[in-house]
Ligand binder design. Structure first.
Ligand SMILES: *Cc1c(COP(=O)(O)O)cnc(C)c1O
Length: 223
């Protein structure tokens, strides 16, 4: 029963300073989240809008919720009130929708832009060039109720470590490139979210400063 606490302790003791641990609690019950909470963990990641809204309503107020899944625009209003960071902004339409909903409820929402570098077609996100074009076009100035904090990405789902490493390096390079563009609305651009249970140490060595870890903390998910 104390496995979750032990795994949180193990992971946090191996993470270098400056790397944020997001405990990915999707599909896991409130009781498991509370075990991690009692071990001191405060940042949790969820991938479904309704699940996030329900958990946020019933769990302690000092939990910081990140949304990490594909978000449909018709679910934005469920997520915006609860999420302190929406990591998975994968289209211009979604960005504009989060901005509008944030304005409506009087909030500024922190977001990450999701980058697609992996081989799989199934993964969501912007291609690096699409993203730089979008930002150069001035979308952030048009969306003052979102604050873009950085980039989120996933490596290809393969065993080939060199491919995973080159995906992570491509994500980091895109972050550095955007940062170097010094656009007016990217003053708070400081987050590179990459790395999951099986690859987070490699991600950190490639320049990640936010890791999203589910299975290693909570065990296998039951869908
Ligand atoms: C589920 C999920 C994770 C966590 O994956 P694990 O392999 O369980 O650590 C991380 N990031 C995203 C975007 C996810 O959907």
């Amino acid at each position: 029963m104390n496995d979750i606490r032990q795994r949180i302790d193990e992971i946090t003791s191996t993470l270098p300073g400056g790397v944020t641990l997001v405990a990915v609690s999707k599909f896991h019950p409130a009781a498991s989240i509370m075990e991690a909470y009692d071990a001191g963990q405060r940042v949790f990641g969820e991938s479904r809008a309704t699940e996030l809204a329900e958990k946020a309503a019933s769990l302690p107020d000092d939990i910081t919720w990140h949304f990490i899944g594909h978000l449909q625009t018709n679910k934005v209003r469920l997520v915006v009130p609860h999420a302190s960071l929406i990591q998975s902004v994968d289209s211009e339409r979604l960005l504009r929708c989060i901005d509008a909903e944030s304005r409506r409820i009087g909030k500024t929402t922190d977001i990450l832009l999701q980058l697609h570098v992996a081989m799989e077609e199934t993964k969501y996100g912007f291609l690096p060039d699409e993203l730089t074009e979008l930002l150069r076009g001035g979308i952030l100035e048009e969306c003052p109720n979102v604050r873009v904090r950085g980039i989120m990405g996933m490596a290809s789902n393969v065993d080939d470590l060199s491919r995973i490493e080159s995906d992570f390096k491509a994500i980091r390079a895109t972050f550095d490139h955007i940062k170097a563009m010094s656009l007016p609305a990217t003053g708070d651009f400081d987050t590179v979210s990459m790395g999951m249970s099986h690859d987070y140490m490699l991600a950190i060595s490639c320049g990640s400063n936010m890791v999203r870890i589910g299975t290693t903390i909570f065990g296998e998910r039951e869908y």
